[in-house]
Design a protein around this ligand. Sequence first.
Ligand code: FE
Ligand code: FE
Ligand code: ZN
Length: 293
Amino acid sequence: MDRPLSSPIFIFHGNFNMHIGCHLSTSGGYVAMGNTALKLGADTLQFFTRNPRGGDGRIPSDEEISSLVQIMREHSFAPAVAHASYTLNICSATPATREFAKRTMRSDLELLNRFPAGTVVYNFHPGSHTGQGIEEGIRLIVEGLNEVLTEEIHTPVLLETMSGKGSEVGGRFEELAEIIAGVRLQEKMGVCLDTCHIFSAGYDLVNSPEDVLAEFDRIIGLNRLHAVHLNDSMTPFSSKKDRHEKLGAGSLGFEALWNFARLDAVRELPLVLETPNELDGYAAEIARMRAGL
Ligand code: FE
Ligand code: FE
Ligand code: ZN
């Protein structure tokens, strides 16, 4: 699966196409969302596939989807990130909660199959084992994905790296690797790396970003890395908390995030801001990341 929509044209003397955007609301429709991204200086974007509580949300028409894709192509966007509702829990101890997650993911992936291949990826939180233990959590996630994934799906399905708070699964690279290893249609699977989450989980992006990526490569494989959530963190290193901060205002700091975004394995990926900002704040962060100041 090709990651960029169009091949980057400026790879020389250390230059590259940084693809950066932010989480946007679908409330005005997909076309308005694409235009907002352009206004912010973004060339990727993220949106919820349905309202965050997991309700149905508005179903976009094929025309809306193709208009958004046209905007993305005209402006050489990296693939968009469709984020599953974060209230889904495919490894809950409650069967009805697991069924709801599977049903919702199936319908999300049906929607995303109406996008051309290579224009969107699907990201979800692995879930919380709710006291059943990490191994049972992983087993249920694998079982769920094996029920949800079909040959027909052409959207990469990404597990998000988590901070490891409470009974959350996905705070260690090993856990994500174990999930992927259990999935039958493994070629559909990838990972979205959240900088705030992994720093909170105990991966030191400030002092040894290259070592963190080397570890990611050894355990999961960098070929699985399809997207990055670029967030600073309100809480200290290894706090096992999940509190996003504006770039440069948190424990990671701007320089660490900027350096990380420029590493080979990361720099052509969609970088998505999920920082506590209004649109003007996002525009400023996007500009600052592009300028490196
Ligand atoms: Fe997320
Ligand atoms: Fe995230
Ligand atoms: Zn988070």
